[in-house]
Ligand binder design. Sequence first.
Ligand SMILES: [Zn+2]
Length: 330
Amino acid sequence: MSSTSLPSSSHIPSPHTRTADRHAFWWSLAGVLAILITFLWRGDVLIGFLAVAVIFVPAERLVELRPQRILRSGWRTDVMHYFVSSALTTLGLTLVTVAAALGVRMFIGSHLGHAIASQPLVLQLGESTFLSAVVQYWVHRASHTWPVLWRFHAVHHSIRTMDWLASARFHPVDQVVTRGAAVIPITILGFAPVTFGWYIVMDALQEFFVHANMRVPLGIFRWILPNPEFHHWHHAVDREAWNTNFSGYPFIDLLFRTAYMPKGRRPRGYGIDQDVSTSYLGQLLRPFHPEAGSCAGEPSHEAQLLVKEEARKGFPGRQLVAEEHSPPGA
Ligand SMILES: [Zn+2]
């Protein structure tokens, strides 16, 4: 005789579980819709995003600098920056570059342009890379000292967790100013068009790499080539690191005496003490708040206290503090 037994109470989903399931369903649906809309709107950028993720997510696990989650706090905001801010930046950069090319070429004339364009391509790539790096250095440095520029650049420095995706968190105006200033000399001086593409690709790869949560031992070349260790100090809350490491290329900061990379140490934490919204829209509108540019972008003593407090509460900063007392490379 067969008997039907009632399910035990452990198999009956509780109201809490049902609510959690419903939330998970709607989040999944929203995720699928977001991917579909993104693919229709910016299919090429989505493919690029997935390609970069396929490279950096495993790489960060393989040579991890700090233990942290892949989907860390703020990842959704940074994904929005990746797709929306980059579209606004591309639009702004296109306008700036076209205006610069049309306006300034008339003043410079074509002799200099011909002389530059007639050089071997390798030489042009080297010259344009150096030129754009120096210009970018000074514009970035100005973004930390001019309150009107800091309003926009502060959005990038609101990052508390460094990884490849953090490189996407930029206000479009900040990007147009910094990248525009870097590509204008390339455009108006008559370098071969390929140097423009070279700058865009190399700059993007460099941004992903220097923000990545990766331990990359480069020996003496850490003072020459872009690397995470060098750039992470630019985001550090440590007092002695403020206003250092403005360039992706350490040797440029060496040249202008702003390089800082103490051997065997790591930043205690990242971020600024100024109030920056965690939402995408909040970050987009933040520079227009009356108090947003009240001071230049330097982590203050309060920022350091904040990191200590978060470390005490179990924020990943706890690991950073612990690592400070670990032997180098441990
Ligand atoms: Zn900066």
